[in-house]
Design a protein around this ligand. Structure first.
Ligand code: FRU
Length: 430
């Protein structure tokens, strides 16, 4: 399973580890990786805007922040009367907060003056001094007449939370452009040979073993025409997703130097989205989301959460469950959830995702666009889905249950017994 070139990175790509076609060929739905079917939540739990990619305010050590008894999250949002397929073109970051981890209140758009034509996913840091940093993707060039797809990684500083009259997050924010692809380790837009390049979804991480400060992001590895990567197969070379990483030499959340990618998937998959790490039992669990339609020719994957584990941050990642598949949707609702984000809670790893297209069993997401507008609207969840509970041990994971829609436990909250535990204790009525 390990790469041939241990210690030297993947030949020709610079990445330390890789997701191989051989591993990805093992992807299949199993009882341990299929999430239960999702039904729409009660109407009073549906926010007045559509929401999708969501991230929680976290402390430097990666735990979810508790701000005077509040959980805080940030979501990409769009008006709920807009066709769901158009939401990426107008995405705006809104803040939500909750004092019970179940009922969420909309604190409104975070910025008035963000960079980019619209904002895509990111992460948020509640620093030790109480200040709030928001990392996000500036998509498109502000001021351009048409919608463009340039992506830059931005950090907004200056945020603070005031609890005097209830919850209030405010600036003044300063937006700092942090990273652009260098064209060498990370593909620029003009080098892209297949689907649109990616350089987005920054995610803050402090390594508990070394104390070093990192920013992970979604990217692509440049593969020039004529390269012999993937045996020179140009059709495979177009699929060149990577997990990028930058290091802050001082721990300053606004100062980053690009380093070689942590892992790439050249010849396997084009989009390794929203990369993030859960550190557990001395191991680094690296998770990404990816789509059915971004796998390279002759590989079959799903819209799913995939994961890898290594002994060091820059280690030789091996895929979880041998293929990388950790959690996917049932076959009869293949697009019901997307954009998974794992986080630790006590002994378990919990996974949040958004409720995407339900009551739909088409083969590809493209088929959605052929439905009538009212059917597209009806089938889009546009809120957070049920939280998944994962049992994680070494390189194996198992879905062991779910919590309610958008249920993010409070600090120290005891979770209900799982079905398995109930059966084991003989407490089930049926
Ligand atoms: C995943 C994603 C992210 C991106 C956002 C744009 O759902 O593609 O990578 O930041 O959606 O809406």
């Amino acid at each position: 399973m390990a790469n041939e070139s241990l210690g030297e990175g993947r030949p020709g790509t610079g990445a330390r580890a890789g997701w191989t076609r051989e591993q990805a060929r093992r992807i299949e739905r199993t009882d341990d990786t299929i999430a239960p079917i999702v039904y729409p939540p009660a109407t009073d739990q549906i926010p007045e805007v559509h929401i999708w990619d969501t991230w929680f305010l976290r402390n430097r050590d990666g735990t979810l922040a508790d701000v005077d008894g509040y959980r805080v999250c940030f979501s990409l949002t769009a008006p709920s009367d807009l066709l769901p397929g158009k939401r990426h073109d107008v995405a705006t970051i809104r803040c939500f907060y909750s004092d019970d981890g179940r009922n969420w209140h909309n604190a409104g758009p975070v910025f008035e003056d963000a960079l980019g034509q619209r904002q895509w996913a990111g992460s948020a840091l509640h620093d030790d001094d109480g200040s709030v940093y928001l990392f996000y993707t500036a998509a498109g060039e502000e001021g351009a007449e048409d919608l463009t797809y340039a992506q830059r990684i931005v950090g907004a500083s200056g945020g603070s939370i005031d609890m005097t009259d209830g919850f209030e997050l405010s600036g003044p924010w300063t937006h700092h452009e942090l990273l652009q692809p260098d064209g060498d380790r990370y593909e620029r837009e003009d080098q892209s040979r297949g689907m649109i390049y990616t350089f987005r979804d920054p995610w803050f991480f402090e390594d508990p073993e070394t104390g070093e400060t990192w920013l992970l992001f979604e990217a692509n590895t440049p593969v020039p025409e004529g390269s012999d990567v993937c045996g020179g197969d140009a059709a495979l070379q177009e699929f060149n997703g990577s997990v990028g990483i930058a290091r802050s030499p001082t721990g300053d959340p606004l100062e980053w130097d690009l380093e070689d990618p942590l892992l790439d998937a050249v010849g396997v998959n084009q989009e390794l989205e929203r990369p993030h790490i859960v550190y557990r039992d001395g191991l680094y669990y690296l998770f990404i989301s990816s789509h059915l339609h971004t796998f390279a020719p002759d590989l079959e994957g799903f819209d799913a959460l995939y994961g890898f584990v290594a002994e060091d941050l820059r280690g030789e990642y091996v895929p979880l469950n041998e293929s990388g598949l950790v959690a996917t949707n049932p076959e009869n609702a293949p697009f019901q959830s997307y954009s998974w984000m794992a986080f630790p809670h006590g002994e378990e790893v919990l996974v949040q995702s958004f409720f995407n297209y339900y009551d739909f069993d088409g083969e590809t997401l493209d088929e959605i666009a052929h439905l009538s507008e009212s059917e597209q609207m009806r089938r889009f969840g546009g809120s957070l889905g049920p939280t998944l509970r994962l049992d994680v041990e070494g390189s194996r994971t198992r879905i062991i249950g779910t919590l309610g829609h958008w249920h993010i436990p409070m600090v120290g909250e005891t979770l209900p017994l799982t079905d398995r535990e109930l059966i084991r204790r003989g407490k089930r009525d049926d």
